[in-house]
Ligand binder design. Structure first.
Ligand code: CA2
Length: 147
């Protein structure tokens, strides 16, 4: 088999990581998270690709493009988590493992963050563990692919 690609998707405002709200989201930049995730993926024999967008449709297009090309998806949909049904539908049409990832724990925050429209189409959700979550998400995808 050829290389197994895992697509890491980052939603709106995650490009600002490291610049503001470090008490909630930590001090690492998105590039830091991507570098760490790439290294962990390589240890598991996986190739990481990353795409960030502030536009819902671009994330939908990226999910479509991953079909038949990527083995799994790790997605932090940002605030789209809470209402973006187009992302839900796109992920539902993806065949491989999907892991929903959050740096913070939305369940412990404002009530409007308690709903995820992505969770029903994910194999599982990792939330509240900061940077460690990226590593956990890769472990989850790798294990799901091994089964
Ligand atoms: O905890 C997470 O990873 C979230 O997906 C982050 C989203 C939030 O809307 C979700 O409820 C939970 C927001 C990301 C915004 O990131 C910023 C980073 C620095 C400065 C401003 C925003």
């Amino acid at each position: 088999m050829g290389e197994l690609i895992v697509l890491l998707l980052s939603g709106p405002n995650l490009n600002l990581l490291g610049e503001r709200q470090p008490e909630i989201y930590g001090t690492d930049t998105l590039d830091d998270h991507v570098a760490g995730t790439t290294a962990v993926a390589a240890e598991r024999g996986l190739v990481l690709e990353h795409f960030q967008s502030n536009h819902e449709g671009e994330l939908v297009n990226a999910i479509h493009a991953a079909r038949d090309r990527c083995a799994g998806i790790v997605i932090n949909p940002g605030a789209f988590t809470h209402y973006a049904w187009a992302i839900h539908d796109a992920l539902a049409a993806f065949e491989g493992p999907v892991v929903e990832l959050h740096l913070s724990n939305p369940a412990a925050r404002e009530p409007w963050r308690h709903t995820s429209v992505v969770a029903p189409v994910a194999d599982g959700t990792i939330a509240g563990f900061g940077p460690l979550g990226y590593q956990m998400a890769i472990d989850a995808v790798a294990d799901l692919l091994d089964r």
